[in-house]
Design a protein around this ligand. Structure first.
Ligand SMILES: C[S@@+](CC[C@H](N)C(=O)[O-])C[C@H]1O[C@@H](n2cnc3c(N)ncnc32)[C@H](O)[C@@H]1O
Length: 227
């Protein structure tokens, strides 16, 4: 693997940032949620702008509610995890489900995407052979997804931000070791209220890929571990 610009130019960083980088390089990959630092290398201004300033970024012309960091992380995660099922809570305009399905298709995976929203996207957007959009309220998460039969590995993306602790508790019971749950937009207020089940460990490799917690899922790219 070729060297990153950062490795070649580490001395450009301040001493404390160099130390941060060294810590990221040596930390274990999977870390209990309560042991993680709550610091962030991405200034809040840059982070807020990273979804687009004038408009949200788009996929196939449809508004996609991702930061540029997550837009880079998720393709790498899908390639590594090779999910058989992607479960999304909060479809938005449908772009995220379609984007992930397009990625899976380009990777020649047989992944299917199931995307639930209290108000599903408009009908002409919903047509994709790998995506099932359906109506559902995450306040009644039990029985919304066919958790007994959907093949694993799973990547679950929580992007509705409603009753997140209950959603985590529910899915955790059905997840297999190695399945992932990404709770998006946890930077800020939501982070302080999270009760992450102890079997779900932070994947520090992805959370810190572009610097400490350079993702909307601050400390919440979670992998079920055998603990
Ligand atoms: C931030 S958007 C999702 C963005 C999308 N995942 C993306 O990346 O483009 C949040 C979505 O959550 C949905 N939502 C809000 N409350 C909900 C609930 N109780 N159950 C299910 N979906 C809900 C909204 O309708 C909205 O479409």
């Amino acid at each position: 693997m070729f060297n990153t610009y950062l490795k070649k130019n580490l001395n450009v960083l301040s001493k404390d940032k160099q130390k941060d980088v060294e810590n990221i390089l040596v930390q274990p990959r999977y870390i209990p949620y309560n042991d993680r630092p709550t610091t962030n290398h991405i200034h809040i201004d840059s982070f807020l702008m990273s979804q687009g300033v004038k408009d949200c970024m788009t996929w196939r012309g449809i508004a996609l509610g991702k930061s540029v960091y997550d837009f880079a992380l998720i393709p790498m995660m899908i390639w590594e995890i090779q999910p058989a099922s992607i479960l999304e809570i909060g479809s938005g305009e449908g772009a995220s489900a379609i984007w992930m399905a397009d990625l899976c298709k380009s990777y020649e995976l047989s992944t299917k995407v199931y995307s639930m929203d209290i108000e599903p996207p408009r009908i002409h957007i919903r047509e994709h052979e790998r995506v099932t959009f359906f109506q559902g309220d995450s306040r009644e998460i039990n029985n919304k997804f066919d958790v007994e039969n959907l093949p694993h590995p799973w990547i679950i993306l929580e992007d509705a931000h409603i009753e997140v602790n209950r959603v985590m508790e529910y899915f955790e019971k059905h997840m297999h070791i190695g399945d992932y749950m990404i709770i998006e937009d946890t930077r800020g207020r939501l982070q302080t209220k999270l009760e992450v089940p102890s079997t779900l460990h932070v994947d520090a490799y992805y959370c810190d890929y572009f610097g400490r917690n350079a993702t909307s899922a601050m400390n919440t790219i979670l992998c079920k571990r055998n603990v």
